[in-house]
Design a binder for this molecule. Structure first.
Ligand code: IYR
Length: 221
């Protein structure tokens, strides 16, 4: 086992540290899920950096059990939209429980997903159930969902920093994404991150603005 020194961190006062934490919180707190996208293009390089950022996430045994398929071709976006809407129609027409549909009501979502075609980029995020660093498809991976969840969070944060709108879309079931993206059976699609500029008339529901306060989400011992 060879080691290198821990990388240098910014040498700032606690006051400056607090200011940086507050600034980061305030920037991230302005992220809103977007459900109406403009068709304005976004350079591939932005997506490349966001995926690179996601790829630096911590992961079980550093196996990096993720794969991101970035899609800008209209043909592939259309195929995803068609398959997702077919699943969503069944979901809204009865596959989902009444309790689930009630919980979704304040979001105003339905089976129509035009953004899957309008937005310039769809990033399909896959979790590799097996493979290790070598991606041999056999070696065990660990804490896969946790690792890919963290990577997706870093992907979203980077895209937000780049001034872009995002939506995490989870059609259910989403096995069709594996076929469209040409991924192997041991990879499980986790979510589609829809990326682009918001449509000029995009809105957010007031429900989305309700955030639990610190006192509720944290306790201190
Ligand atoms: N996948 C469906 C339903 C949906 C489920 C949850 I939980 C949400 O937070 C939002 C939507 C859809 O995309 O419409």
């Amino acid at each position: 086992m060879s080691e290198v020194p821990f990388p240098r961190l910014p040498d700032v006062s606690d006051e400056e540290r607090t200011a940086r934490a507050k600034a980061a919180f305030e920037r991230l707190a302005t992220r809103r899920t977007c459900r109406a996208f403009a068709d304005t293009p976004v350079p591939r390089e932005v997506i490349e950096y966001a995926i690179r950022a996601a790829g630096t996430a911590p992961s079980g045994a550093n196996h990096q059990p993720w794969h991101f398929t970035a899609i800008s071709s209209l043909e592939a976006k259309r195929a995803i939209r068609e398959a997702a809407e077919a699943e969503e129609r069944e979901f809204y027409a009865g596959r989902a429980s009444d309790e689930w549909l009630d919980a979704l009501a304040p979001l105003g979502t339905d089976a129509d997903k035009p953004f899957l075609e309008t937005a310039p980029w769809l990033i399909v995020c896959f979790a590799q159930r097996k493979g290790g660093i070598e991606e041999d498809g056999k070696t065990n991976n660990y804490y896969v969902t946790e690792s890919v969840g963290i990577a997706c969070g870093m992907l979203l944060a980077t895209l937000h920093e780049a001034g872009l709108a995002t939506l995490t879309h989870t059609p259910s079931p989403m096995g069709f994404l594996r076929e469209i993206c040409g991924r192997p059976p041991h990879e499980k699609p986790l979510m589609i991150v829809v990326v682009g500029h918001p449509a000029p008339d995009a809105t957010v529901t007031e429900h989305a603005l309700i955030k639990k306060p610190l006192e509720q989400i944290a306790s201190w011992l």
